[in-house]
Design a protein around this ligand. Structure first.
Ligand code: ZN
Ligand code: ZN
Ligand code: ZN
Length: 366
């Protein structure tokens, strides 16, 4: 697999059609995933501006710091490159490429300092979030994109398999998180994106930052990690138990596992995103743990680990074939324990296909 196989000119054509549809003169893409989606180039996150100007018609231009221009693959003239030198004003260059007062769409993750500069330089121009346009492009994955997500998921599953055979006792959360990162690369990802290892009472903090806690007998350990293949992410969570679990832990684990299965089973084209959340949440509510399920059921995934569609109450987005998202219920008992089980699910015409397939049975480690 390689990024050169993606149909970038088709993506740009679809973006331009969406701009024409909405009367938007150009899309400005900087840090964030719209730029790599459309051009295959990922901006460095820095005070030096990198920004692609994708006009409604004609060739896009990538405005890029001169010292970073050697990194850019122009992809057979897909876009022009406008390197800017250290004494030039890149915001003025972007403004001149955008022309007269118009409506422009700009990526959500663009640094505000650049948007503020553009606004000052272009009075009369209306800026809107590019999210509506990028969502339109990126929400339904093509087969080539799902292939990458599947490969990233399979690599993560192999890491889970290796974890289940490892000894946890005596290691710190941080050392286990580092090892997960190494294994993620060894199993075929281009990059390890993140690894949460939360042991004992820390397992009750869903986004715990792995620290110096030494994992000990009696801990539940929530392990949540992901890596990328050609930029597309995996994101999976398994909860292990060190030594024999309490009856309470086993009960909580079974409730989460049942809720996760119910959520996956509910996935089908035509269902609303919020319905999937509701189905899984009901299982947890009815078991009496609803108060301790403190986050949405899931999030879309692609070039971003978190993107549309979000599986959350209030989101009426209708699921369609090609959408990919996590299903990740959890129960967190403060000061005591936490359990989360997460798989990425691909909505197919026939229902949900899990892109993670490591065992979801409760696994006891040493
Ligand atoms: Zn999360
Ligand atoms: Zn996760
Ligand atoms: Zn997730």
């Amino acid at each position: 697999m390689s990024r050169t196989e993606f149909d970038y000119s088709g993506r740009i054509a679809r973006a331009q059609a969406a701009l024409a549809d909405r009367g938007v003169a150009a899309l400005l893409a900087s840090v964030g995933s719209d730029l790599p989606y459309l051009t295959g180039y990922e901006s460095m996150v820095s005070e030096r501006l990198t920004m692609a100007v994708i006009p409604q018609e004609g060739k896009p231009t990538l405005v890029v710091p001169e010292l970073e221009a050697p990194r850019v693959d122009p992809r057979d003239g897909l876009f022009e490159i406008r390197p800017w030198g250290e004494t030039e004003d890149p915001v003025a260059i972007v403004a001149s490429l955008c022309g007269g007062p118009a409506r422009l769409a700009i990526g959500d993750q663009t640094w505000s300092v650049f948007l503020l500069g553009l606004q000052q330089m272009m009075p009369g121009t209306v800026f809107q979030s590019a999210r509506g346009i990028s969502e339109l492009l990126r929400l339904r994955k093509t087969a080539a994109e799902v292939d990458r997500l599947r490969a990233a998921g399979a690599a993560a599953d192999r890491v889970v398999g290796r974890l289940a055979d490892m000894r946890f006792t005596g290691r710190t959360e941080r050392s286990l998180a580092e090892e997960i990162g190494h294994m993620t690369i060894e199993e075929g990802c281009d990059a390890a994106e993140f690894a949460i290892v939360a042991a004992g009472p820390n397992a009750a903090s869903p986004h715990h930052h792995p620290g110096d806690r030494v994992i000990a007998e009696g801990d539940s350990v929530v392990v949540d990690f992901g890596g990328t293949v050609d930029g597309y992410c995996s994101d999976t969570t398994r909860t292990f138990h060190v030594g024999p679990p309490s009856a309470e832990f086993v009960e909580v684990y079974e409730v989460v596992k049942t809720a996760q299965q119910a959520g996956v089973d509910a996935v089908e084209p035509g269902a609303a995103a919020q319905d999937i959340d509701a189905v899984a949440r009901r299982v947890i509510d009815e078991a009496g743990y609803g108060k301790w399920f403190i986050h949405r059921l899931g999030h879309g995934i692609g070039l971003d680990v978190h993107e549309d569609p979000y599986l959350v109450d209030g989101n009426e987005q209708v699921l369609e074939p090609g959408m990919t998202f996590s299903v990740e219920p959890g129960i967190y008992l403060p000061g005591k324990l936490g359990v989360r089980i997460e798989d990425i699910v691909h909505c197919t015409p026939d229902g949900g296909e899990r892109l993670n397939n490591s065992s979801r049975e409760l696994r006891i480690v040493g």
